[in-house]
Design a protein around this ligand. Structure first.
Ligand SMILES: Nc1ncnc2c1ncn2[C@@H]1O[C@H](COP(=O)(O)OP(=O)(O)OP(=O)(O)O)[C@@H](O)[C@H]1O
Length: 576
């Protein structure tokens, strides 16, 4: 674990951790020496010359004072190193998050990440801040006292020395047994935490459909599993912990019996025997505390492994020499992609010129969102290539691609800042006029006019103080302000009231004038005004062309058009 901590902290903090280790060892050593001086002290007190006790007493006071001062400084240093560990882990997590492919982020992973950056980082920082000191005391102090024992009676010292590896072995075995149930316990903890969140979040749905009982049952099941796993862990750890305590007492008893035997055959004097008994009894406690803490140390080590797993999560490869495209037409060339084994897109090829509207239509699950995300390089394709201006997006690199593509997806997330901050995120140096123009086009000006503090109104975490339609307007304004040449827009069905409908229509026609605009289309207006329509079915482009070309041809597009028109009360028309 210490080696892991050195690795986490890196060379800049190595001296601090070394200093902490040195202080802890010094404190534990001097505590061990203070323990050991008990022997000459008791011997002197019980001797015919009790005044000779001053020297060992002085030694004990000095050793104990050094121990107290070193412990105090080590405690402070422990907190410092603990907070350096937390800072460093948070920075490394932050860097990793910034490099992770956008496709990595899903609600489950985001929840897991929150746990990693809070509880797990806390668990790691407790090692230098709280755990190392008692652990060091439990190992180094007894070792120092045993070493000093060789000065008084080598036979008893040898018995204790031989007993140390036995105890270490018992402690290790106990820890190994419990460790086997760690992953089951972790899984049960994550599952129950997820269920609590799910149960809370889904209250409106559960109540609306009278399914509170079902939601409750799932939650209860997860909590029951967790209770069972916890119980089983306690049962598993009991033999180890009691076994360790038992072995400590056996060692103590063996030493007593031997001590008494040595006293009986006159090779050990009674005061030394008494003093050694007191000494051994004194260091049993820190040893037992250290054994108990080994479980906490193991959990911290598991937590660090989890943090490292996120930090070492593979990122998308960046080009050595990024290339910037001279133009911004988009090309999907024989693209194949799957989230796992199963293919979601197969041999998808199409072109989008630098200006104009391309509409993606197709049944739910046909791969529309996946195409849109591949254009913004949420993931890399499995086959074929996505190119902008003839250059594969993999050769453009993140820094080059970010200014080229804006996305407006359904799951709009806003930061807990003001409306202005959220829009300016698209381009922090946008002028006030550009900001207002984008707001007008996105219909955000009306929203801002009604908000209590206008542009300076804070939107709440995730934008919860705004309605779905208002959030979408902020997100469209953000994309407009960013003014990137390629825009990907998902027409959210959820926010399509007549007012929003008009706003989206206006935004789409403005954007299509001078940008390559890819829209996952749900509105018939968008489809009819599109320069080209890509019809997807089961991950393939089954038809492409303009509305008038496609609507007369029997096929998926005609069916799509018919069903949507019926739903809207529109008439099938092929008028040119
Ligand atoms: N992050 C993901 N991990 C695993 N599978 C996914 C993921 N996102 C989508 N899929 C799967 O990929 C397929 C295509 O999904 P996609 O979201 O691209 O379809 P869509 O046409 O946009 O659907 P909809 O119109 O319902 O939004 C679906 O079978 C879906 O279950």
């Amino acid at each position: 674990m210490i080696r892991q901590l050195f690795a986490v902290l890196g060379p800049a903090h190595t001296p601090a951790l070394r200093r902490l280790s040195a202080l802890l060892i010094a404190a534990a050593l001097s505590q061990g020496i203070a323990f050991a001086t008990l022997v000459p002290l008791v011997r002197a007190l019980l001797s015919p010359d009790p005044a000779s006790a001053w020297a060992p007493l002085g030694g004990m006071v000095v050793a104990a004072s050094v121990a107290v001062v070193a412990q105090f400084i080590a405690q402070r240093q422990g907190f410092r190193v603990g907070s350096a560990v937390a800072r460093r882990l948070h920075h490394r997590l932050g860097d990793a998050i910034a490099r992770l492919p956008l496709g990595w982020f899903n609600p489950a992973r985001v929840g897991e990440l929150a746990r990693t950056s809070n509880q797990r980082v806390m668990a790691v920082m407790t090692v230098p801040a709280h755990l190392l000191r008692p652990l060091c005391n439990g190992v180094v102090s007894p070792a120092a006292a045993i070493a000093a024992m060789y000065l008084f009676d080598w036979r008893l010292a040898l018995v204790m020395t031989l007993f140390a590896p036995v105890l270490a072995l018992v402690a290790k075995r106990a820890s190994d047994i419990v460790q086997r149930s760690d992953s089951a316990r972790d899984e049960a903890m994550v599952e129950s935490a997820n269920r609590v969140v799910e149960f809370t979040r889904n209250q409106p749905v559960l109540r609306a459909f009278g399914q509170e009982g079902r939601g409750r049952r799932l939650l209860d099941e997860a909590l029951r599993t967790r209770r069972d796993v916890d119980r089983s862990m306690i049962w598993r750890s009991l033999p180890g912990l009691t076994g360790f305590g038992f072995m400590v007492r056996v060692g103590f008893a063996v030493m007593l019996v031997l001590g008494v035997a040595f006293v009986m055959d006159d090779t050990l004097d009674v005061p030394t025997m008494l003093a050694v008994t007191v000494l051994v009894a004194r260091f049993l406690e820190p040893m037992t505390v250290a054994a108990d803490l080994s479980a906490a140390l193991r959990l911290s080590s598991n937590a660090l492994n989890e943090v490292n797993r996120v930090i070492q999560e593979p990122t998308l490869p960046e080009p050595v020499t990024p290339r910037l495209p001279a133009s911004t037409e988009v090309e999907f060339d024989g693209v194949g992609f799957g989230y796992g084994e199963a293919a979601v897109l197969r041999d998808v090829s199409f072109r989008m010129p630098a200006r104009g509207l391309t509409a993606l239509v197709g049944p739910s699950g046909s791969g529309k969102t996946t195409i849109a995300r591949l254009l913004a390089r949420f993931w890399d394709v499995d086959a074929g290539a996505v190119r902008i201006g003839g250059i594969p997006v993999t050769d453009i690199g993140t820094e080059g691609l970010t200014p080229l593509v804006s996305t407006v997806f359904q799951d709009v997330y806003l930061f807990d800042g003001t409306v202005r901050d959220n829009v300016l995120l698209g381009r922090p140096d946008a002028s006030e006029d550009e900001l207002r123009a984008a707001a007008t086009l996105a219909g955000l000006d009306e929203v801002v006019a009604e908000l209590p503090e206008g542009w300076e109104t804070t939107v709440g975490e995730g934008g919860t103080r705004l309605s779905g339609g208002q959030r979408q307007r902020v997100s469209i304004a953000r994309a407009l302000v960013k003014d990137s040449p390629i825009v990907v827009l998902d027409e959210a069905t959820a926010s399509l009231d007549p007012e929003n409908d008009a706003i989206i229509q206006a935004a789409i026609s403005t954007l299509a004038k001078d940008k390559a605009l890819l829209v996952i289309a749900h509105r018939l207006n968008t489809v009819t005004s599109a320069d080209r329509i890509l019809v997807l079915d089961e991950g393939r482009i089954v038809q492409q062309g303009g509305h008038h070309e496609l609507v007369d041809v029997p096929g998926p597009y005609q069916e799509f058009w018919r069903s949507r028109s019926r739903a809207k009360g529109w008439r099938l028309s092929s008028a040119r």
